[in-house]
Design a protein around this ligand. Structure first.
Ligand SMILES: NC(=O)c1ccc[n+]([C@@H]2O[C@H](COP(=O)([O-])OP(=O)(O)OC[C@H]3O[C@@H](n4cnc5c(N)ncnc54)[C@H](OP(=O)(O)O)[C@@H]3O)[C@@H](O)[C@H]2O)c1
Length: 292
């Protein structure tokens, strides 16, 4: 199925207003555009942001576009376990059931051509441990419909496909024995090398290294989770939107957040008979399975 049609509902519309979707980091950038696109498509969207003022401003923009009936706001800082737990409790109380989780929130502290790892810990906490903990906290609430299937879409990056170290590759490629402990071990190893200053010669991705390692971990966790949930009617995929003009890239990029969001929303809304799980999709291409 092509993913470039303007309206994600062009083929089979399986969702309605009762279909509940959470988008993290949705006050700006691709997250905001995704929340808007999903609301325009007719779903109920929970727009979350770590800063309530910014989140409410984003809500206001959507209300002004006539989408008020489709969006709700809750604060959520994915780097803070207490915030994740409070959000999950709020969501359970107010909605109870979840169809789509879009783990979008992420940070990078580098400009496009920089590669500092000064903030490596917070990058791991936000980009890997955050989506992982949020997913686990919400897991019991997914609808688990065999007809429609629930969906987890993790915003990832092609930078997270570029590990050269053969030992790390061997750990991550061993699909049968891959475990959360092993993925956490890879992160601990990286953070240790950051601390003792040896990370540059260890075969980690060369661009935005700390961010890329966080996405390496997210990709591996997503594949593992996809396998774990295969029989539970929850599918898990990763999506790299490509180089997109947002704050993260200092406004540089080959596409707008709206275009990236159209493709992301198309993936999240694929008709049940087109669904695959454990896949990594880049830009506008079809599903590409990648072991990394
Ligand atoms: N732009 C690209 O070229 C590109 C390429 C590949 C992948 N991606 C991925 O696409 C996703 C969206 O990126 P973007 O380009 O739209 O970046 P962005 O404009 O910098 O937006 C990031 C969003 O995440 C939020 N955020 C950061 N830390 C958070 C936390 N601890 N808790 C909750 N929200 C938090 C930010 O909130 P604040 O406003 O409060 O900071 C903001 O809303 C990310 O996962 C990114 O890795 C982007």
């Amino acid at each position: 199925m092509g993913l470039q049609s303007k309206d994600p509902s062009a083929s089979t519309r399986w969702w309605g207003k009762e279909t509940i979707c959470i988008v993290t980091g949705a006050n700006r950038g691709i997250g905001f555009a995704l929340a808007k696109t999903l609301a325009e498509s007719g779903l109920t969207v929970i727009l979350t942001a770590r800063d309530a003022t910014k989140g409410l401003q984003a809500m206001e923009k959507l209300r002004n576009q006539g989408l008020g009936a489709h969006v709700h706001f809750s604060a959520l800082d994915v780097s803070q376990p207490h915030s994740i737990r409070a959000f999950a409790a709020w969501f359970k109380h107010n909605f109870g059931v979840l169809d789509i989780l879009v783990n979008n929130a992420a940070v990078s502290f580098n400009n496009v051509h920089e590669n500092s790892v000064k903030h490596a810990e917070i990058v791991m906490k936000t980009n890997y441990y955050g989506p992982k903990l949020l997913t686990e906290e919400l897991l019991a609430l997914f609808r688990r419909s065999s007809t429609y299937k629930s969906r987890i879409l993790n915003l990832s990056s092609r930078l997270g496909l570029k590990v050269r170290n053969p030992n790390i590759r061997a750990i991550l490629e061993d699909e049968v024995n891959l475990s959360e402990e092993k993925i956490d071990g890879v992160i601990r190893l990286f953070l240790k090398q950051v601390k003792d200053g040896t990370w540059q010669s260890q075969g980690w991705p060369e661009t935005w290294t700390d961010y890329a390692v966080s996405k390496v971990a997210l990709n591996a966790y997503s594949r593992m989770l996809a396998r774990r949930l295969r029989d539970e009617n929850i599918i898990v995929n990763c999506f790299c939107p490509g180089f997109t003009q947002t704050s993260m890239t200092g406004g540089k990029g080959s596409r707008t957040p709206d275009i990236a969001a159209k493709i992301g929303a198309s993936l999240a809304l694929l008709p049940p008979n087109h669904l695959q799980t454990g896949k990594f999709t880049m830009g506008q291409s079809l599903f590409l399975y990648s072991r990394f």
